[in-house]
Design a protein around this ligand. Structure first.
Ligand SMILES: Cc1cc2nc3c(=O)[nH]c(=O)nc-3n(C[C@H](O)[C@H](O)[C@H](O)COP(=O)(O)OP(=O)(O)OC[C@H]3O[C@@H](n4cnc5c(N)ncnc54)[C@H](O)[C@@H]3O)c2cc1C
Length: 559
């Protein structure tokens, strides 16, 4: 089938039935979570995403699933409690992607921040952060333990003095006075986790439908105009409730729909991924989460064999793309040097950069670092119009609870009763995922009879128990490992392209695999992947070459 007929057929399900009870606009993690929750209630729901799924703010996070210890000083007790609960639930529901993260804070002072932070805690004032001293961190971590120990399964925090801290982490800056160590969680592959939530939504109920590369571009007589971003085709869509979950783009989307809102005041944050083995080892398998000289909380941690370093917090205009600037890179280099002064890092070691905008509520001129990370739901349309709800805010960590909350508001509008909570549902390949090495070996033995146990185990770790679908496909077609990306095979890539709504090479290297994040792409790799995609999607040679040249080593938010 040619590329143009493939593009025409992909929206058949939308064109043939251009109505649903609910239209969710925006396929970041929060739109996806809301979609899944509604689908599980048997609601007829459609999700449209302008670009690829999970390519906006949800692709730009620090990968942390965390309570947010620093939100305590802004007095955000509700948010911290909910986040810790959700963190613990995700460790159970998605153990294939969400793992405990040992976190160490190097502390360079004893008492500073002592006055400013409690003042903020109780008055919600917006002062510039001052350096947080050991005393304050101790108070915060004690509260954190109280909310987050998960029935004792998460260890309590511990404090070490200088001598023991240096013995544990000899490369640390010798000015350190204490280290505080506690546990949070991180996801090594947020894009795949988001896809798992999406596929759960697709599989639930009879009427859930999701489409990437489709935008909500206007509203006309109560109908939402949907535009196919691949072909330009327009479809007028009728829904009883419309939900705007376009994150930092929320005001721009409302504007397109005819509503002038000013809900959002997002800040840009960037990250770099470094390939530096000395730094990797110095981190000692833990996140180093600390207060930089300017009072900002920053981080670095080992992930997928590399070191992730971030982040910044800069007011941003959503009409221009967010990119990681040279100044931000310099800032990251200085923060690494602050904690590990003797480790040399070089710009050549940057294998990936990314930038995105936090979907924060507009908050006047208070310091970006203290703007609330909590969320709210607003009715944007008047009572006499088709209900349009806007989500303002929402972190990655709380997506399940947020999806349930937003879905409950929609169910009220529809007059539909909730039939199930997502609280105790595993996510995608997290279902029956064996968390011990022994269990993983046993799973691989059971499923590896045709493709081999080692390969089955590799796929289990990559896709959780959803690897079964990949294995069945490979077993039917046989596979050849790629020459330039030898941990992937032609059949595996074919499976992803056929089953996971892949339309661009970038979708594949940024969001179906983590080849870009880990710095594992070069022209030869891209050409080999493009060749497989060309066969499945009917690309001609000029489309294939422009896809290869279109991939960059940086992702950022698009308009
Ligand atoms: C630098 C940074 C670090 C962060 N770190 C963390 C962290 O460690 N832990 C944590 O919990 N949270 C973190 N966050 C926050 C978290 O990533 C976001 O709050 C969350 O991902 C927001 O998801 P969302 O679905 O609301 O928005 P998005 O992911 O931005 O999704 C909105 C989607 O809407 C689409 N869209 C836009 N316009 C239209 C339209 N007209 N029609 C259809 N679709 C449209 C966009 O393409 C986009 O995909 C971080 C955020 C940033 C930027």
């Amino acid at each position: 089938m040619s590329q143009s007929s493939k593009n025409a057929s992909r929206l058949v399900a939308l064109r043939d039935n251009p109505r649903a009870q609910v239209l969710v606009i925006g396929g970041g993690i929060n739109g996806i979570a809301t979609y899944r929750d509604l689908a599980l209630q048997g609601v007829d729901v459609v999700l449209v995403e302008k670009n690829d799924f999970c390519s906006g703010a949800s692709a730009a996070s620090s990968h942390m699933i965390h309570g947010g210890v620093r939100y305590l000083e802004n007095g955000e007790i509700r948010l911290v409690k909910e986040s810790l609960q959700e963190r613990n639930r995700l460790l159970w529901a998605a153990p294939h992607y969400v793992k405990p993260l040992k976190t160490t804070m190097p502390i360079f002072s004893i008492f500073s921040g002592l006055l400013s932070a409690p003042i903020r805690l109780f008055t919600h004032s917006s002062g510039k952060p001052k350096e947080r001293g050991a005393f304050l961190i101790k108070v915060g971590l004690t509260l954190y333990d109280t909310f987050g120990r998960n029935g004792g399964t998460m260890p309590r925090h511990r404090f070490l003095g200088k001598k023991k801290s240096m013995a544990e982490m000899p490369s640390l800056n010798k000015d350190v006075k204490f280290t505080a160590t506690y546990y949070d969680a991180a996801m090594d592959n947020p894009e795949r986790l988001a896809l798992d939530v999406l596929f759960d939504g697709d599989a639930a109920g009879n009427n859930s439908r999701s489409f990437n590369y489709v935008s909500a571009s206007a509203m006309s007589n109560g109908k939402t105009v949907l535009t196919d971003e691949l072909t330009g085709e327009k479809i007028e869509f009728t829904a009883d409730v419309v939900v705007n979950t376009t994150g930092p783009w929320t005001d721009l989307t409302n504007q397109a729909l005819g509503y002038q809102t000013q809900y959002m005041g997002g800040t840009k944050g960037s990250h770099i991924v470094l390939d530096n083995q000395e730094l990797f080892k110095a981190c000692d398998n833990r996140e180093i989460f600390f207060e930089n000289r300017d009072g900002r909380i920053v981080l670095m941690y080992p992930i997928l064999g590399k070191v992730l370093v971030g982040t910044t917090d800069i007011p941003h205009d959503m009409n221009v793309p967010a990119v990681c600037t040279d100044e931000e890179v310099d800032y990251f280099f200085k923060l690494v040097a602050y904690v590990f002064p003797h480790i040399r890092i070089d710009k050549d070691q940057i294998v990936f950069k990314y930038s995105g905008v936090r979907p924060l509520a507009a908050s006047g001129d208070i310091n970006p670092g203290v703007v609330s990370r909590d969320y709210r739901i607003v009715r944007t349309s008047s009572e006499s119009e088709v209900p349009v709800l806007s989500l303002v805010g929402g972190k990655w960590t709380t997506f399940r609870a947020l999806g349930e909350h937003l879905s409950s508001e929609i169910l009220k509008l529809l007059g539909v009763t909730r039939v199930i909570s997502t609280e105790k549902l595993p996510i995608g390949g997290g279902k029956d995922f064996p968390t011990t090495e022994e269990g993983q070996k046993a799973w691989a033995k059971e499923h590896g009879s045709v493709i081999g146990e080692a390969r089955a185990q590799q796929l289990l770790l990559r896709y959780g128990t959803s690897a079964k679908g990949v294995i069945d496909y490979i077993a039917k077609t046989s596979e050849k490992m790629l020459v330039h990306s030898p941990t992937f095979s032609d059949a595996e890539i074919e499976y992803l392209v056929k089953n996971e709504s892949v339309y661009h090479l970038e979708d594949l290297v940024n969001r179906r695999t983590n080849l870009a994040f880990t710095g594992s792409i070069n022209t030869a790799v891209l050409q080999e992947l493009a060749e497989i995609m060309s066969k499945v999607l009917g690309w001609d040679s000029s489309t294939s070459s422009s896809e290869v040249s279109g991939v960059t080593l940086e992702i950022g938010s698009r308009k």
